[in-house]
Write a protein that binds this ligand. Structure first.
Ligand SMILES: C[S@@+](CC[C@H](N)C(=O)[O-])C[C@H]1O[C@@H](n2cnc3c(N)ncnc32)[C@H](O)[C@@H]1O
Length: 364
């Protein structure tokens, strides 16, 4: 089965749902808020309203606070900027919500379609919502149709696990790991970067056909804070997830081969790698790029409570992958171990930080 047939964030609004546990992604989106304003201002002054509507796509939208926040922000900024540009006519705003077909679009749209902000002062429609299921590594929209593209915390998901992680005999090169770690051979890091490079290049190439000239794209990635920081390549949550699985192997509850056959379909890039790929593609130029590093759930002072919140956050985005590979019998055990181990890491004084890379691109 292909990754895109089963990868999804946890549905609904229950205890382990993505919508209730995506405050890290929401934090990233709030940090990029000034860039949303700058992007909309840039589009309105460079393209104007010749098309009489303003088309926005939120790619890898998921569900929960981020698509809601984006929608509200875009509407408010477009209204405000039109007024600043002395243009009383606020255009119709079209917002396309894209994700893989397995995303919980019903939950998303049920929570958005009745919002007051979608209407003009006279009660007529201002903003129209659309769902666009499909992979953003392929074409999603007609040519020259988008003014602004937003993708928050989604492009670090690869289209597939990288090729080249096994020898010709089918033996894993990355024994005991689910991602690049300090003990991985160099070829493993190369294979992951190569997959990211192919995927991100496809993404840029497809969007270059869809985004209007002078249109903008705001992309945030979970990534690394430096090119050379190899020891930080493995995000702490993947390291702890590996330890959680290894614990079950040592207890005889899982076979080692199961771990050897699992590779997390993620790549955390750094600024230099993003700049390199954007430049090589040539269809967009970088207007702004920066990296922000923060602690995860640093606002929770009690270690165990913080570990529980972190565990729910990790479960909300990784459960569909863990379930499909390791099965239901060990699912709760893996996340139970995850909470316990996270608590131990916190007690050892580890910071559990994550870096967010925010990039604003302009279509050449
Ligand atoms: C961590 S969530 C971020 C969701 C939302 N943007 C937010 O900030 O809360 C990543 C999202 O990207 C989606 N995604 C992953 N690969 C995708 C692809 N190839 N095409 C479209 N969406 C994808 C996932 O299904 C998921 O909803």
């Amino acid at each position: 089965m292909k990754l895109q047939d089963f990868l999804h964030m946890n549905e609904g609004d229950g205890e382990f749902s993505y919508s209730q546990n995506s405050c890290i992604q929401k934090g990233a989106s709030l940090m990029s808020q000034p860039m949303v304003e700058r992007a909309i201002e840039g589009v309105l002054s460079d393209i104007g309203m010749a098309k009489k509507d303003f088309r926005v796509a939120d790619l890898g939208c998921g569900v929960g606070p981020v698509p809601l926040g984006l929608l509200t922000m875009v509407i408010q900024y477009v209204e405000r900027k039109c007024k600043e540009f002395d243009d009383d006519i606020v255009p119709d705003i079209l917002v396309y919500f894209n994700d893989l077909p397995s995303n919980d679009f019903n939950f998303l749209l049920r929570n958005l379609f009745n919002l007051e902000v979608l209407k003009r002062k006279d009660g007529k429609a201002l903003c129209f919502l659309m769902a666009t299921p499909g992979s953003y590594y392929a074409r999603l929209f007609p040519a020259n149709s988008l003014h602004f593209v937003h993708a928050n915390y989604s492009l670090h998901w690869l289209s597939q696990t990288p090729e080249g992680l096994y020898s010709a005999e089918g033996v894993t090169l990355n024994k005991g790991n689910i991602y690049i770690s300090e003990t991985s051979p160099e070829n493993v890091a190369k294979a992951y970067f190569s997959q990211f490079q192919q995927d991100f290049t496809k993404f840029l190439n497809n969007r270059s056909k869809e985004v209007l000239s002078n249109g903008r794209m705001l992309l945030t990635f979970r990534g690394r804070d430096s090119l050379s920081n190899v020891t930080k390549w493995q995000p702490w949550e993947l390291k702890i997830l590996t330890q959680s699985i290894t614990t079950l192997i040592s207890q005889g509850l899982l076979k080692e081969e199961k771990l050897d056959a699992f590779n997390f379909p993620y790549y955390g890039p750094c600024e230099e790698e993003i700049q390199y790929i954007v430049k090589a593609d040539g269809s967009f130029e970088i207007e702004n790029i920066n990296t922000v590093t923060q602690q995860v759930h640093g606002e929770i002072k009690n270690d165990l409570e913080r570990a529980k919140a972190i565990s729910k956050f990790v479960r909300s985005f990784s459960e569909s992958l863990i379930l499909s590979h390791f099965g239901e019998d060990v699912l709760d055990l893996i996340y139970h171990n995850f909470t316990k181990l996270t608590n131990e890491h916190l007690a050892n004084g580890e910071l559990l930080e994550h870096s967010t890379i925010i990039v604003l691109l302009k279509k050449v």
